[in-house]
Design a protein. Structure first.
Length: 136
């Protein structure tokens, strides 16, 4: 194990920093089509959920639950998708994505559908503020 946490370069390139919870660095996806946060446990060398201690697994679930509910309310989403895939980025990270019945990928998964859209400056500011307000 290494001694220090480092965010995977792909996550760093694809996100904006929102803030920190007790366990996770919280990031906003640069794809403006979906309200989409990514939680990355702030510990080195994690790949799988079972790499976390039992206490940290419970903490992660509490953070996912809190942030998911707050995001659904803030963005009035029809559905909340939570996923830990890691097929492209091996560092443990959890996606929390707000979905709408009229979004481009509905009802399927968002991956591989369409092209990511950049945030305008105003929309990014609004999304970062909303996201920060969803943190515990």
């Amino acid at each position: 194990m290494t001694d220090a946490f480092e965010l995977h370069p792909q996550l760093a390139a694809d996100t904006y920093l929102v803030g920190q919870t007790a366990l996770c660095q919280v990031l906003l996806s640069k794809d403006a089509r979906y309200p989409w946060l990514i939680l990355v446990p702030h510990q080195p060398d994690l790949r799988e959920l079972h790499d976390l201690s039992a206490a940290d697994q419970a903490q992660l679930m509490a953070e996912i639950t809190h942030i998911s509910a707050a995001m659904q309310k803030a963005w009035t989403a029809d559905k909340v998708n939570v996923a830990a895939l890691g097929n492209m980025v091996p560092q443990l990270h959890i996606h929390i994505i707000m979905r709408y019945r009229d979004d481009v990928a509905w009802p399927g998964p968002i991956w591989g559908v369409g092209t990511a859209q950049d945030y305008s400056d105003a929309a990014l500011s609004d999304a970062l503020t909303k996201a920060a307000n969803c943190l515990p």
